[in-house]
Every structure is written in structure tokens, then in C-alpha cells.
Design a protein around this ligand. Sequence first.
Ligand SMILES: Cc1cc2nc3c(=O)[nH]c(=O)nc-3n(C[C@H](O)[C@H](O)[C@H](O)COP(=O)(O)OP(=O)(O)OC[C@H]3O[C@@H](n4cnc5c(N)ncnc54)[C@H](O)[C@@H]3O)c2cc1C
Length: 458
Amino acid sequence: MAITIDVLNQLLNPATVRSGDEIGEHHHGDWSGVSPCAPQALLRPSSTEELCSILQLCHQHDQPVVIQGGLTGLSGGATPQTGEVAISLERLVGIEELDTESMTLTALAGTPLQTLQEAARDAGFYLPLDLGARGSCTIGGNVATNAGGTQVIRYGMTRELVLGVEAVLADGTVISSLNKMLKNNSGFDLKHLFIGSEGALGVVTKVVLRLYPHNCNTRTALVALPDYASATSLLRYCGSGLNGGMNSFELMWANYFDTVVDSVEHLQSPFAEQHPLYALIEYQDNDRDNSREIFEQALYEAIEAELVTDAVIAQSLKEAETFWNIRDGIADLLPLLGPVANLDISLPIAQIPDFLQRTESELRQTHPQLTLLVFGHIGDSNLHVCAGTGRAEDKDWISQKVLSLTGEFSGSISAEHGIGVLKKPYLGYCRTEQEIALMKTLKLALDPKQILNPGRVI
Ligand SMILES: Cc1cc2nc3c(=O)[nH]c(=O)nc-3n(C[C@H](O)[C@H](O)[C@H](O)COP(=O)(O)OP(=O)(O)OC[C@H]3O[C@@H](n4cnc5c(N)ncnc54)[C@H](O)[C@@H]3O)c2cc1C
């Protein structure tokens, strides 16, 4: 039987429980645009112990719960569904330890990512996880979604940065795997159950993150390319020519680049002419004497080899920011485009041109005037495909078409934003029946009553 507010108020600390109008609208939905819905109650535990009591109670009452971090998720996983109680991690904040010997940072799950980046920087280290939502997203949400971002090519996704996790299971059992070591092969590595499982297998309460030395030099260039083959050659070339120091390799097709610089007021192309493709390359190192030369030499050789048609190297951090603004201009462009399917997929790098050709041709067969914009973290095989006719009713058809083709080309229907509720109908395009069956077995083993984020992912 579902739990009542009276029971919650009776058994939990009053500061933890909110109901009715006390629940801010903010908790009715995440960034995905999935229809917002007020939760039955909002529970805000301030410790792992309190979260345990909450989950024990919900488990006892078969009460479905939705887990909420910073609510910046783009797949609808944190948006409440009818009858659910929301558990927010917003009071579980703070840094428990920054261990300069182990180069690790241990934080509570509700801490915003930016707070952790700043703490690492103040201690002379670098936390190489960064995304546009850094000020609002939480480290627990980043772990639950295995967030990507712009430096995956060098440091990997969140999974690669997590050494240890503490999580609470649906029945209130605490699993403490707060490992700080790089090597630990003593049995199953349980943290991976919680990384990327979008709150379906447990609630992450603490995270141990791996820190890196701080890099003192950042070099950024925007380059124009004649074709896709040159882009992949340049990617491989920068991989070796920049001595492993390449942080980002963001590719923008002309359809995205030209639209964004033409439509968004504060953006401008630094090139006199238009080109088929553009790449934004970021490099970081600690070389006091030769950093600039290493970067310029690599680009010069790429121009000599005719991989690059034109290049602009940022002369200041401010100029680098103007290049990144073009890449990140999608946020300003989206409201101008009207309803579009905004898809985050990944594909084997060699398959991308054939995939794009087929996708465009199939979409245009039905909608010749369709807008199609493509850009992505190409070094990580990640493409953002933004397609629309301006009519909301065409969005589902477009998503279905693009995602089924993604499956046909051996890609993934979610590169970094997760499955949540939005991509759930399409999971079978890229995961086998047996894989999905195993996911269901794991879910039932860890959450037999299916009270944690029910109806998400699988
Ligand atoms: C402007 C913008 C830019 C973005 N850029 C990127 C990007 O570059 N790369 C990228 O990967 N994503 C990006 N995102 C998506 C989003 O920021 C990430 O998915 C982020 O990791 C979500 O964190 P959150 O705390 O907001 O989680 P929420 O939105 O609150 O939740 C996301 C999912 O995780 C679950 N969850 C949250 N906290 C926990 C927890 N402690 N334990 C268990 N489950 C939990 C929720 O139930 C939900 O299913 C972007 C979003 C925005 C709005």
C-alpha cells in the first residue's frame, strides 16, 4: 500500500518531508521537457542513515520513488510519475576529504560538480569532468548517468574518474565501496552497478573521484576541413602529434556551423569563406617552454599535409571562449528552431559518413524541407543530431527513424544522456534481447519490488 504523508511526517524528521505547495515546481521535472508532475511528497535526507530509513519505509510500503539530483538530466529519468515520492539529494552536500597523497576527492552525492572542480583547482589538482550544466548538476547525477562532456577523449567518461562509491539499495542496505586505489581486483567491482544505471539499481550517496595534476597551458584552435576523411586523419594525427595532450576534438558540419553563426546574434565565424567541416581542438600541457610551438607545429604540419584548409589559433582565453561559444551555441539556437528531435547518439567513427548520408536521404524522402544539424565530440564517436520540420507531431517519427538507423549502423542510441523514459522505447535498437534480459535480472535482484525509478531505462 502506498505511503501517506501522515506516516512520513510521523516517522521521519519534519525537516526532511515536504508536501503540497511546499514542494517547489523545480522538483516537478528535469530538463528533458518530459511532462512535469508533482511528486506525492518530497523527501530530502541529510545523511546516508536518514536515506536508509526512508528507503526501508518505502520498501515496506511498496512505495515507488524517483531519485533527484540537480535535475539537469535530458532523458526524463528524474521527472516524477504519478504517485511517486521524490527523494532529493540536495541536502547531502559537501566534500568529505581531499587526499593529496592518493590524489582523490571524496564528496557527498548532492554536491554540484562546479564546487568539486573548484575545490580540486584550489588544491592544485584537476578534476577532468566538465559539462555545460556544471553549476547545477550533482556528482551523484553525473555518476548515475555516467556523464561525458568535452574531455572524454583524454580522460574518459565519469566511469573512468570514479574510484569508489557508497550507495543505498532499494531496501535500505548500504553498500560501501569507498575504494581509493587504482588497483583493486578483490571480487566483483560493485561500483559499476551504480555508474550509468540512472538510479534504477541504487541511490549513490558518496563518490571517490580520481584527480589529475593541474595543467598550466591551454591552447585552442578552430580549423576548417575539406572533408570527413581529413577530419579523421587529423584526429589520429593530433592524437600522436600532440603527445597525448589533446583534450577535445569537436567536429561541426557546415549545416550546424553556418546556421549557428548566422542565427545567434553574438556569434561570428572567424573564417572569410564557408567550409564543409570545422573542428575545435583543445590541447593542454605543463611544458613551460615549448607548449605554443608544439601546438602550432602540429597544426602547421596538418595544413602542409592538406588535412586542414584554414586555421585560427586563439591568442587569449577570451578568444578561445568565442570558439567554444560557436560549439555550445546549440543552447541559443534550439529555441529559434522550434520543435526538433535533439538526439545524442554514437557510432563507429568510420561509419559516420554513410550513416549521415542514409539518414538525410531517408528523412528528406518524407520531409524535403527538414532542418538537419550535426555536430559532436567526434573523438568519442559521439554525434548530436538535431532534426525537425518545425511541427511537434513529427518529432517522434524523426527520432524513431534516426535511432533505428543508428542501430543498423551498430551505434548506440544514447552516447551520454542516458535512456530514462525518452529513449526507453528504442533500447532494443542497440541492445540485444539477452542484454536487456540480464539488465532486468539485475534490476529484480537489487530491487525486487521495483520501487526505485520504476519505468525508467528498462
Ligand atoms: C546545459 C546542459 C548541458 C549538458 N551537457 C552534458 C554533457 O556534455 N554531457 C553529458 O553527459 N550530459 C550533459 N547534460 C545532461 C546532464 O547534465 C547530465 O546527465 C548530469 O549528469 C545529470 O546530473 P543531475 O545531478 O542533474 O541529475 P538528475 O537530472 O537529477 O538525474 C539524472 C538521472 O540520474 C538519477 N540520479 C540523480 N542523482 C542520483 C543519485 N545520487 N543516485 C542515483 N541516481 C541518481 C535520476 O533519477 C535520473 O535518472 C547536460 C545538461 C544540460 C542542461
